[in-house]
Structures are given as structure tokens and as C-alpha cells.
Design a protein around this ligand. Structure first.
Ligand SMILES: NC(=O)c1ccc[n+]([C@@H]2O[C@H](COP(=O)([O-])OP(=O)(O)OC[C@H]3O[C@@H](n4cnc5c(N)ncnc54)[C@H](OP(=O)(O)O)[C@@H]3O)[C@@H](O)[C@H]2O)c1
Length: 225
């Protein structure tokens, strides 16, 4: 069974995830930081695309020692499983995900990934082939279900989110909208990719909650079924 998929992202008031140089930017404040940390701690796994790893080098660990201790007390790893979607096994072997935290790292690659890169990564992470030219996200969700992942948090970026959103592979979207404008037609947005032209294809959402946090707003959307 597929895990329950929660997409979580922070965007500027003009809908950008980062600057046009694809540099990580502080969009939210302290309270939202704790909200995201709590969501990480509640999740069984956290996923990002390789573009986010190469831009931001995230550790994706639970930052609060209290949350990590609660996870330990319930018999879990202190940090959720970290997952990277990476067709060509470009994941840097010295990435922060390997330095910080004690959770498992799983890298999904495609059949096109060079064998020597996969072998090198296998020393630090589980490497699973899922897909021919790029990673097949349906297969990834099947595999994560088999590995016991019940709740998956997806933290971006724009290309991975487009793939999940456009193929209906999500349940919920939590968008924090920060009080700033980033601008730039080439800056990544919540969903990049090809985009739809036919309105019949637009994934439709139901607004579940609105919450004011810091100087912005958190919108919780459900996939309309
Ligand atoms: N504000 C936020 O909350 C937030 C959160 C995360 C990221 N970001 C920003 O987002 C930007 C990165 O986004 P991005 O679009 O460049 O990268 P991304 O979405 O993180 O990763 C995309 C890459 O994943 C790989 N991939 C493999 N199979 C795929 C599939 N089926 N569907 C989609 N991707 C697949 C592809 O590379 P290969 O072909 O090499 O596999 C693709 O280029 C950065 O600027 C980062 O700062 C912002």
C-alpha cells in the first residue's frame, strides 16, 4: 500500500520556492520552523529530489532533541528515513545527509545510473533501482509501502513536486506562504515541469485549513477525490 503523502513547502507571496539561482532562501520564521520539525518527527520518511540536494545539501534530520528523543522512546530511529530521487546517482558522497543524523538514507535511481556511482553510494545508503530513464515515483511509493513507510513527507523541489502533483501521487499539500516577494521568471515555483494546458487535467484541491504563523500563512490542501 502507498504511504500517505504530505507535500510540505514554503513559498514567497509570489509563489517562488527559491531565488532564480536556485539558492535556498529563508521564507518562514521560528514558529514555522518548529511546525516543520514536528511534521518531520511524525513522518516515517522524508523525500527530496536530487536538484534540492545539489542546491541546498539538506540534512533532513529532526532538529529538536526533544522530538528525536520521543522517536527513540517509541523504538524508532531518532530521524526519519531520508529519501533522494536521483536517476543518475549524482548524490554527493560527502552530503550533509550522510554526516548528520542517524536515520537510514535510501537513494532511488534509474536503470541508467552508472554502476560505479551506485556501488560507491551503497557504502553509505541503500540504493534501489526503480524506473528505466528516470525514477518511477509510483514504484517508489510501492517500495516505501513495503518498507513500512506509512507517512511520507515530501520537501521538494519544484520538479519532483510537479511529477507527484501531475500524476496524483499525493494526499495533502501544506504550503507556508511567507511575507516576501522573490520574483524572477526562472525562479522555481511549487510545481514547475511542463504544466497543463487542458483545465480538465488540473489536479483539483479542497482547502482544509488556514493558519496564521509568524508573519505568513499556512494553507492545508487535500487532493480532491
Ligand atoms: N522553499 C522550499 O520549501 C523548498 C524545498 C525544497 C527545495 N526548494 C528549492 O527547489 C529547488 C530545487 O528544485 P529542482 O526542481 O531544481 O529539483 P528537485 O525537484 O529537487 O529534483 C529534480 C530532479 O529529480 C530527478 N528525478 C528523477 N526522477 C524524477 C521524477 N520522476 N520526477 C521528477 N524528478 C525526478 C531529476 O534529476 P535526474 O534526472 O538527475 O535524476 C530532476 O531533475 C532549489 O532551488 C531548492 O532551494 C525549496
Amino acid at each position: 500500500m502507498h504511504p500517505y503523502v504530505i507535500i510540505n513547502a514554503a513559498i514567497s507571496a509570489d509563489g517562488k520556492l527559491a531565488t532564480k539561482e536556485r539558492k535556498q532562501t529563508k521564507i518562514s520564521g521560528t514558529d514555522d520552523f518548529f511546525r516543520v520539525d514536528a511534521l518531520r518527527a511524525q513522518s516515517d520518511a522524508i523525500m527530496v529530489g536530487i536538484g534540492t540536494v545539489l542546491s541546498d545539501d539538506p540534512s533532513l534530520r529532526v532538529k529538536s532533541e526533544e522530538y528525536a528523543a520521543e522517536r527513540r522512546a517509541s523504538g524508532k530511529d531518532p530521524h526519519p528515513m531520508r529519501i533522494v530521487i536521483d536517476s543518475m546517482a549524482r548524490m554527493p558522497a560527502d552530503g550533509d545527509m550522510f554526516k548528520k543524523g542517524l536515520g537510514r538514507v535510501v537513494i532511488f535511481v534509474s536503470e541508467k545510473a552508472p554502476k560505479d556511482r551506485c556501488d560507491a553510494l551503497r557504502e553509505k545508503a541503500a540504493v534501489i533501482c526503480a524506473g528505466k530513464d528516470s525514477v518511477d515515483l509510483g514504484l517508489v511509493l510501492d517500495e516505501l509501502g513495503t518498507l513500512g513507510v506509512k507517512q511520507l513527507m515530501v520537501e521538494g523541489g519544484a520538479t519532483l513536486l510537479w511529477s507527484l502533483l501531475s500524476s496524483g501521487l499525493f494526499d495533502e499539500i501544506r504550503t507556508y506562504i511567507g511575507a516576501l516577494i522573490i520574483g524572477g521568471k526562472d525562479a522555481p515555483t511549487l510545481a514547475d515541469g511542463e504544466g497543463f494546458t487542458n483545465p480538465d487535467e488540473f489536479p483539483r484541491l479542497t482547502l482544509k485549513n488556514i493558519e496564521r504563523i509568524d508573519d505568513g500563512v499556512l494553507l492545508t490542501w487535500m487532493k480532491k477525490t
